[in-house]
Write a protein that binds this ligand. Structure first.
Ligand code: SF4
Length: 379
């Protein structure tokens, strides 16, 4: 059932620009998702989506007027920070079937274009093609990135685990469509499905397709299954389709409240990912040219430190860069005002302070460029 609602607010400010999606702000135009993916954590109780997640959709029909108001600088005591506005993820895909009727995403994109905001769209739907014109206009003015999430490139598996969305093949074709139109595209290979799409062959198949379709980056992540509605729904589908795996899941997901897998599962799949992504030479994080100039200076420092941290860890090297980034987030003053005492901040030290100063002075760091160059194809 579709229910039209008047929401009180729209823009969600993130505590920090996350280094996966590069989003400063996000929004949900819909609550509930007709795509109804088996593993979707939007149906977990913690997100407070009422009703049957895949069928009962709340539509924020006043979203465009809310956004105009929330972006209006005259209404702000503290100006909004620079950064990408993310459309997608959360508790409902912005291009689920309801969008074809309500066109909220399209109206939001028009507003973001008028107000000069860069946009990152994450979807599983090919319906995003409808908005090519406005996406191109945003990209010419600031930046628009269109990313797709996949759990595999096996179309049969898609029909089981992502019953309401076009097949992986159709999503990959949509990537080519946007690339041909000059729009940068990423793949979020999230989540890989334990014992099904987390194998070397399955991950290699995604990477090969990513290369074939010239994606700009590929971000990887494992599955979480939170106890309650999410777990019940997923296990019901698993029991109907792969009953032989039910015991293995019971042992892997031990009802941790965050839904995390037990033991070293995530370490193992990341080790596998790290060797494959190096072989296929696909950047495992959004490359800097795509976000350069679109973040506030301190946010850019944090993102680059987190990217360095991730790239080092992918190569099996111990890193303090993530911890240093975490400590910088607690500071009230701008980094440029404390350049000479950065090394005294907990977790930073001389070496990381030099990297931070290099980023502040040049916009990047040679260590970062060296690390990311390993994932850049010269072909
Ligand atoms: S498309 Fe995204 S939000 Fe919608 S059901 Fe699938 S995982 Fe959840």
């Amino acid at each position: 059932m579709i229910k039209e609602i008047q929401s009180k607010s729209l823009l969600r400010k993130h505590n920090k620009v996350d280094s996966w999606f590069l989003a400063r702000y996000g929004m949900n135009l819909y609550r509930g998702c007709q795509h109804n993916c088996a593993y979707c954590d939007g149906r977990a109780e913690g997100y407070y989506v009422d009703g049957e997640f895949g069928e009962d959709i709340a539509v924020k029909v006043n979203a465009p007027s809310l956004l105009r108001r929330e972006l209006d600088p005259r209404r702000k005591r503290v100006p909004l920070k620079k950064g990408f506005i993310m459309l997608g993820g959360g508790v409902g895909d912005s291009y689920q079937p309801a969008e074809l009727k309500y066109k909220l995403t399209q109206q939001i994109l028009e507003i973001l274009f008028a107000e000069n905001w860069p946009v990152h769209i994450l979807t599983k739907s090919t319906a995003v093609k409808r908005d090519l014109d406005i996406i191109k206009k945003i990209n010419e003015k600031t930046r628009a990135i269109v990313s797709f999430s996949l759990s595999s490139v096996d179309d049969h598996l898609c029909t089981i685990f992502e019953p309401g969305v076009p097949t992986a093949t159709a999503r990959l074709e949509t990537i080519s469509f946007f690339k041909d139109n000059g729009i940068a595209c990423g793949i979020y290979l999230m989540p890989v499905i334990p014992f099904i799409s987390d194998t070397p062959d399955m991950i290699s198949a995604v990477m090969q397709k990513a290369r074939d379709h010239k994606v700009d980056f590929l971000v990887f992540g494992g599955m979480t299954i939170k106890p309650g509605r999410q777990r019940e729904h997923y296990m019901k589908i698993l029991n109907n389709t792969f009953p032989e795996l039910v015991d293995k899941y019971e042992k892997l997901y031990l009802n941790d409240k965050w839904g995390s897998a037990a033991g070293d599962y995530y370490i193992r799949i990341h080790q596998l990912f790290s060797s494959l992504v190096l072989e296929f030479k696909i950047p495992p994080r959004m490359p800097q040219p795509l976000f350069q100039n679109f973040l506030a200076q301190d946010d850019q420092v944090i993102v680059i430190l987190e990217h360095i941290d991730y790239l080092l860890k992918l190569q099996g090297i111990k890193s303090n860069y993530g911890y240093a980034a975490y400590q910088l987030l607690k500071l009230a003053e701008p980094l440029t005002s404390i350049k000479h005492r950065l090394n005294r901040i907990k977790g930073v030290g001389d070496k990381i302070a030099r990297v931070i100063n290099e980023i502040l002075e040049t916009g990047t760091a040679s260590l970062y460029q060296d690390l990311i160059s390993k994932y850049t194809s010269t072909v």
